[in-house]
Design a protein around this ligand. Structure first.
Ligand SMILES: Cc1cc2nc3c(=O)[nH]c(=O)nc-3n(C[C@H](O)[C@H](O)[C@H](O)COP(=O)(O)OP(=O)(O)OC[C@H]3O[C@@H](n4cnc5c(N)ncnc54)[C@H](O)[C@@H]3O)c2cc1C
Length: 1011
């Protein structure tokens, strides 16, 4: 055993001795809280329900609502049996006096919250702080309620921080340092701030914008703190905010005014893989700055969030996946901090006796006096450890959150999770009585070698390596969604900036048609302009006329014979090569979208990701469908079900997902053995040309994919009616879609087959907000769904249906949230609302806004818009009635109608009362209402408690019904069937009563005849 390890054990044992001297259960408050913890630790499923119930409770207003929710959450017999145990302590009376249980439950939850929340307001908290002071425990105070949705809320927070600071300084004027030594390093007043409470538009892609907005808000607070001799700490939140927080810290404390101020601190999260690099960078920065600063070292409070989020997005997980790795890194960072004690003051934020003992032992070894660093622990947690540390003569500071329960719910839930975590120290020591020897082991000895599942970057693959969303796949075939680009990384930001510069250099280039493998130029060139700056021409596309359309049909028909007989495996590989090329050209393709259609960065990247996913998903699906499959096992007869391609496919795509939708329809056509003529939208020719380049590079044979840009009214109409076109795949407006549907139904002279039409049209999508919904979440997601990409997604929210009980609460936050949006040229990172696509759209949407003004009440309209470009102000109408035009017609722009309804019955009636059924959403925390809406909302894609946009291939097969479409699902496992004709081949295999015993489940393809 090393001498350090034995020193750690010695100190650890001493802490345990002192802890055991004042025996106190971890869950010190008996009754409700203790029962909640005990039950949660015994039963994971019940824990989920209990925490969800705790989360919704403060939002419920009447006793009846509380009881209803209680019944809904614990309807399951198993849960309700367990629950009665819990209620025994939480609410003794409910079964005898049911009406009293609501308030009692609420009281219990708010009492429980008070265990972790030091006070409702600054006055309230002073009582706690005074008491702690007598126990020689200092404080840092935090205002509950991170993540504001608007600048109004952010400004309120900034003002409250300032008030809090003044109040604390006033009340603690005569307090002295508990150790009376090195007190200049540890001001009495210590305030912890969270940047997400101070700026509502933080976008990880744009730290510079956040810094620019946050510094003016912080300066008055920092200035005043300095005058008052206080200390300010920047808390660390989720990984998405990490780089911005670091950047902000370094920027503001390098400013002349604060450069020589030592009382600033920041948090390092040891669970982050890049925390050591960040800490080294900070230390270097501090040396250059020439003034010391402070670091609170913690493990990190967002482990569950980070792992879930990375899994959803297919990102490398930024946090360690094994708990001992975080513990070991905590010790590595402890050493780094203590070895640089000359420039950095350390605060060790942990309740783990091993981590604490390690800091003590190392400091001792390095000769650092115990008055020169401190331990920080959370209010309401690990009381005996705090007392033990004080008794050992160490500095102890308590982190004291202040505020109401509702805004504090995220904090409360984090604490509940932490206390019940299987991995946590507190549970091990205080609930499971793990031995001191075990608890004090060196975490390095506990790290397991990498095992399957651990370290899986996306974490999407299940144990058998298959994507859990695609269960029915051929052996060995794996489908994984491509990860989104994570713009939180500087490297991604730089690549995107670089791509924008490069693409800009190519402005004005000309792009040919591609027919039968040849580049075809015509006399007519169509300019494609940048909607943010219409005098900029992104490029020119050759314009096809009827002769080129005819040539394309001929080329496609000629190529069909061979392509339809090409094995599906080869066709699938073509798509996979195309996907790989798009992956390689990802930033460049996104940049083209930013310029050509005005997509914000993350939306453009989402589009390229979707195109890649379509290719890989359809390749996988084709492998599933490609081999003829035995229908039933009967002796003496083989019947094989299989598919043939249909023929020439005409793909007509919109501009709003200019590469993804074009690619989805074209790749589905190609992989199924059809030959394709693809027509991009007139507004996104360059994106279309890019996709053609991708397929050419991937090696698509001549004539299999033809690129024909031109006017829909000319070549579009001609090809829809063409006798040699077998299938039309259309995504676009209802008006054009219906014409195609009708026209394709007419059989032309010489036509040999019935035309198949895949028709995806618009929506008038509704989101219902229930009376118990989480208002912050509902507002945040509604704003994004309605105004992201300027409301130009067919899935975008256009009708927000609010139950009257919640109406005022939602509106109070919705309008300021809309007013806080960043509207501008999406070339800038972090812009959420860019221009609409062109002048025609611009005028049409403005006309709708006029209609809205005449029909309803204009509740909000943005004012500051860029002087040039097709920018429409985000607009919100209230007092909208279901029969009004703005509530029925698709607007396709940043215009949101708000409808107030009595109850959920009326909400559903209104939501379902249009011609469309594309997407729909519901915000609620009532399990019964959620189930009802899942079943009754008329929409092809129903989204609960999230945005109603952003479908992911394979995960959310996308498409609607009624006037939204013909009921097909792009990115779903039945999509390719639309491009195929099914056949069954039956053979009598008996000869004189003798039949083979074995019939294989799959057989080789029946290749269609040479044409
Ligand atoms: C005073 C104070 C201030 C704080 N401020 C912040 C802050 O600004 N930002 C912030 O994020 N947190 C902050 N925290 C919260 C802190 O991160 C958690 O309380 C802390 O992680 C719990 O660690 P522990 O050492 O007390 O307990 P332990 O039980 O030893 O560690 C639990 C921690 O280990 C990590 N972990 C759990 N499971 C795994 C796993 N499977 N793989 C890898 N790691 C895992 C998680 O970080 C988890 O919280 C603060 C805590 C204190 C005491």
């Amino acid at each position: 055993m090393t001498s350090l390890q034995s020193e750690i054990e010695q100190r650890g044992r001493r802490i345990f001795e002192l802890v055991d001297k004042y025996p106190e259960s971890l869950f010190s408050k008996a009754g409700f809280y203790q029962r909640l913890m005990t039950l949660s630790m015994r039963d994971e499923q019940l824990k989920l329900q209990l925490f969800r119930f705790v989360d919704v409770l403060p939002s419920l207003h009447t006793s009846g609502e509380i009881i209803e929710h209680l019944q809904e959450y614990f309807a399951d017999a198993h849960d309700s049996r367990k629950l009665s145990e819990f209620l025994e302590a939480g609410v003794r009376l409910p079964r005898t006096v049911p009406w009293i249980s609501g308030p009692i439950l609420r009281w219990n939850v708010s009492e429980m919250a008070r265990q972790f929340i030091a006070g409702r307001n600054p006055n309230d908290v002073m009582r706690t702080l005074r008491k702690r002071w007598t126990q020689k425990i200092g404080f840092t105070v935090d205002l509950l309620g991170e993540t504001v949705v608007s600048e109004t809320e952010a400004d309120e927070y900034a003002a409250r921080y300032l008030d809090l600071l003044e109040g604390l300084a006033r009340e603690t004027k005569n307090w002295t340092d508990p150790l009376g030594k090195n007190s200049e390093l540890f001001p009495v007043v210590n305030l912890s701030v969270k940047i997400s409470a101070l700026y509502s538009q933080i976008n990880p892609a744009d730290p510079a914008d956040a810094v620019a907005h946050l510094t003016p808000k912080l300066r008055p607070l920092l200035r005043r703190a300095r005058e008052l001799g206080a200390f300010i700490n920047f808390d660390m939140e989720s990984y998405a905010h990490k780089n911005t927080t670091l950047e902000l810290f370094k920027t503001v404390f390098t400013e002349e005014e604060f450069k020589d101020w030592p009382h600033a601190g920041i948090v390092a999260q040891a669970y982050l893989r890049d925390s050591e690099a960040d800490l080294r960078d900070l230390i270097e920065w501090s040396r250059a700055r020439g003034t010391r600063f402070a670091v609170r070292l913690v493990k990190g409070a967002y482990w569950d969030y980070e792992t879930t989020k990375s899994r959803q997005n297919g990102w490398d997980c930024p946090v360690y996946l094994q708990k001992p790795e975080s513990d070991a890194n905590f010790e590595t960072l402890t050493r780094l901090l203590l070895e640089n004690e000359s420039v950095v003051t350390s605060a060790f934020g942990s309740h783990n006796v091993r981590s604490i003992a390690h800091s003590q032992a190392l400091a001792e070894k390095l000769g650092i006096d115990r008055s020169r660093f401190e331990f920080q622990l959370l209010y309401g947690m690990a009381g005996p450890i705090k007392r033990a540390l004080v008794e050992m003569g160490y500095r102890v500071r308590e982190y004291c959150p202040v505020g109401e329960l509702l805004p504090g719910m995220a904090y409360l839930v984090r604490r509940l999770l932490e206390n019940t975590s299987n991995e946590g120290f507190l549970r091990a020591k205080f609930a499971e009585n793990v031995s001191a020897k075990e608890l004090l082991r060196d975490p390095r000895d506990l790290i397991k070698p990498a095992v399957a599942g651990i370290g899986d970057p996306g974490g999407i693959a299940s144990a058998d390596g298959k994507n859990s969303t695609s269960l029915d796949i051929a052996p060995g075939d794996v489908y994984r969604n491509s990860p989104l680009v994570n713009f939180a990384y500087k490297d991604s930001q730089e690549k995107m900036q670089g791509a924008l510069r490069e693409v800009r250099k190519r402005f004005g280039e000309k792009y040919p048609l591609v027919i039968g493998g040849e580049k075809v130029w015509t006399d007519q060139l169509t300019p494609s302009v940048n909607p943010s700056a219409p005098d900029e021409i992104v490029g020119y596309g050759s314009e096809a006329g009827i002769p080129e359309a005819e040539r394309a049909v001929k080329a496609a028909r000629e190529a069909f014979g061979k392509w339809s007989r090409t094995p599906f495996e080869e066709r699938a590989r073509l798509l996979e090569r195309a996907a790989d090329i798009m992956e390689r050209r990802r930033y460049e393709l996104s940049a083209v979208e930013v310029f050509e259609v005005g997509k914000p960065w993350n939306e453009a990247d989402g589009d390229i990701r979707e195109a890649i996913d379509f290719c890989r998903f359809y390749a996988q699906q084709m492998r599933r469908l490609g081999r003829p499959k035995l229908t039933q096992r009967v002796p003496g007869e083989d019947s094989y079900h299989h598919y043939w391609p249909r023929g020439v496919t005409f793909v007509i795509a919109p501009w709003n997902f200019p590469i993804a939708i074009l690619c989805g329809m074209a790749s589905a056509g190609v992989v199924t053995g059809n030959t394709v003529i693809m027509k991009p939208s007139e507004q996104s020719i360059i994106c279309g040309a890019m996709l053609m380049q991708v397929f050419e590079e991937a090696g698509v044979p001549s004539g299999v994919l033809n690129f024909l840009s031109g006017h829909g009214s000319v070549i579009g109409a001609h090809l829809v009616d063409h006798k040699d076109v077998n299938l039309i795949a259309f995504t676009g407006s209802r008006e054009v879609g219906l014409k195609i549907w009708e026209s394709a139904g007419i059989t032309r002279p010489g036509q040999r087959e019935l035309k198949r039409v895949i028709c995806e049209m618009g929506g008038k999508n509704a989101m219902i907000v229930d009376s118990d919904a989480d208002v912050g979440e509902a507002v945040g997601y509604s704003i994004y769904s309605a105004f992201g990409f300027q409301g130009q997604k067919c899935s975008a929210l256009s009708r927000l249906i609010l139950l009257q009980d919640n109406y005022d609460r939602v509106m109070e936050r919705l309008i300021p949230a809309a007013a806080s949006l960043r509207v501008g040229n999406p070339e800038e990172p972090g812009i959420m609302v860019g221009p609409v696509i062109d002048e025609a759209a611009y005028r049409r949407i403005l006309d709708y806004i006029e209609v809205g003004k005449s029909e309803a009440t204009l509740a909000y309209q943005a004012k500051d818009l860029p002087p040039q470009g097709y920018f429409i102000p985000p607009t919100i109408f209230t007092d909208v009635k279901p029969n009004m035009r703005i509530a029925r017609e698709e607007i396709f722009g940043p215009v949101l109608s708000v409808l107030k309804v009595r109850d959920l019955d009326e909400a559903l009636e209104v939501a379902n009362g249009t011609d469309y059924a594309l997407t729909g959403g519901f915000f609620s925390r009532s399990p019964a209402n959620i189930e009802r809406v899942k079943a009754q909302l008329e929409a092809g894609n129903v989204y609960i408690n999230r945005s109603c946009t952003g479908a992911i291939v394979g995960r959310h097969p996308f498409g609607g019904f009624k006037m939204s479409g013909s009921g097909t699902k792009a990115g779903g496992e039945d999509y390719l069937l639309n491009f195929l004709v099914p056949r069954v081949v039956t053979e009598n295999t008996t000869r004189h009563g003798f039949a083979p015993e074995e019939t294989p489940e799959y057989r080789d393809e029946f290749l269609p005849p040479q044409q």
